[in-house]
Write a new protein. Structure first.
Length: 243
C-alpha cells in the first residue's frame, strides 16, 4: 500500500517540532525525500505544501525548502469593541500598512452600501512575525469619513481606524462578522506566503452607526496554521460607561 502524503506530513512535522530538523536548516532535496518516504514527487510536494501552509517550512525558488523559526499563533479577538484588546502575540508582530484611494465598484457596493464611484480609502495591513506573514487585512472607509491616520498601527486588524473615528466623535453602534474558510486568491497567497491550495480563514467585519450607515468594512485573512479566532460577547454599555 502506498504511503499517503499525510504520513509524510506527520513524519516531517514531528522531526521539525522535536528539533531533529532545526530552524534554518535546509531540507533534503525533493528527490531525496521522495525516495526516503517511498512516494512520488506529486505526493511529496503535496506534503510540503501542507507544511508550508502550517508555517513550518519556507520554499525558496532555486534554493530548496528550509525550516522556519517557531511562529507564535496570532489571535484575533472579536467583539463590539475589539480595538481595546491587543491580539495575542502583538508584541512580536511588525505591521506594514499600504494606503490607496479608489472608487467603490463590484462587490464593495452591496457590502459598504454605497453608490458606484464613491471615493474610498483602502488600508492594507500585512503583519509579520520573524519575517513570516501572519495575517492580511483590507480595511475600507468612505473618503468623507477618513481622517488620514498616520500613526504606526498597534493592531494588524485595522483597529486604529475605528479608534480614530471614535476620537473624532463618530460612534460605532454595531459590528457584524461573517466567517468563511476558502482558498486564497493568487495575490493573497503571495502576500501570505502560502499555496493557493491551503485554506485561509476569512472574517468579513462590517461596522455601522446607529442609523445603519457602514462606517468601516474590514476583510481579515488568517492562514489556517498560523492564527486563531476568539469570538467573545462584550457588553458595550459597560465599555461606554468606563469611557
Amino acid at each position: 500500500m502506498a504511503v499517503r502524503y499525510t504520513h509524510v506530513v506527520d513524519e516531517l512535522r514531528s522531526r521539525i517540532k522535536s528539533g531533529a530538523l532545526p530552524a534554518g536548516d535546509r531540507l533534503p532535496s525533493e528527490g531525496e525525500l521522495a525516495a526516503t518516504y517511498r512516494v512520488g514527487l506529486p505526493t511529496l510536494r503535496r506534503a510540503l505544501d501542507v507544511l508550508q501552509a502550517e508555517g513550518l517550512i519556507e520554499k525558496f525558488h532555486g534554493r530548496g525548502n528550509f525550516v522556519r523559526p517557531p511562529i507564535r499563533p496570532v489571535t484575533y479577538v472579536s467583539g463590539c469593541d475589539a480595538q481595546t484588546v491587543q491580539p495575542a502575540g502583538s508584541s512580536l508582530l511588525k505591521v506594514d500598512v499600504r494606503v490607496t484611494e479608489l472608487e467603490a465598484q463590484g462587490g464593495l457596493l452591496p457590502w459598504l452600501q454605497v453608490p458606484a464611484g464613491t471615493p474610498l480609502v483602502e488600508r492594507v495591513y500585512l503583519s509579520k512575525q520573524a519575517g513570516v506573514p501572519c495575517s492580511l487585512a483590507r480595511v475600507y472607509v468612505p473618503r468623507v469619513l477618513d481622517g488620514g491616520a498616520t500613526e504606526v498601527p498597534q493592531s494588524p486588524w485595522g483597529d486604529d481606524v475605528l479608534a480614530q473615528l471614535f476620537a473624532r466623535g463618530v460612534r460605532l453602534a454595531a459590528t457584524r462578522e461573517r466567517t468563511v474558510a476558502r482558498f486564497p486568491t493568487a495575490e493573497e497567497a503571495e502576500e501570505l506566503h502560502v499555496v493557493t491550495r491551503a485554506p485561509v480563514l476569512v472574517i468579513e467585519r462590517t461596522s455601522t452607526d446607529s442609523d445603519g450607515r457602514v462606517l468601516v468594512g474590514s476583510l481579515l485573512l488568517l492562514p489556517g496554521g498560523r492564527a486563531e479566532a476568539l469570538f467573545a460577547t462584550v457588553d458595550c454599555r459597560n465599555l461606554e460607561e468606563a469611557r
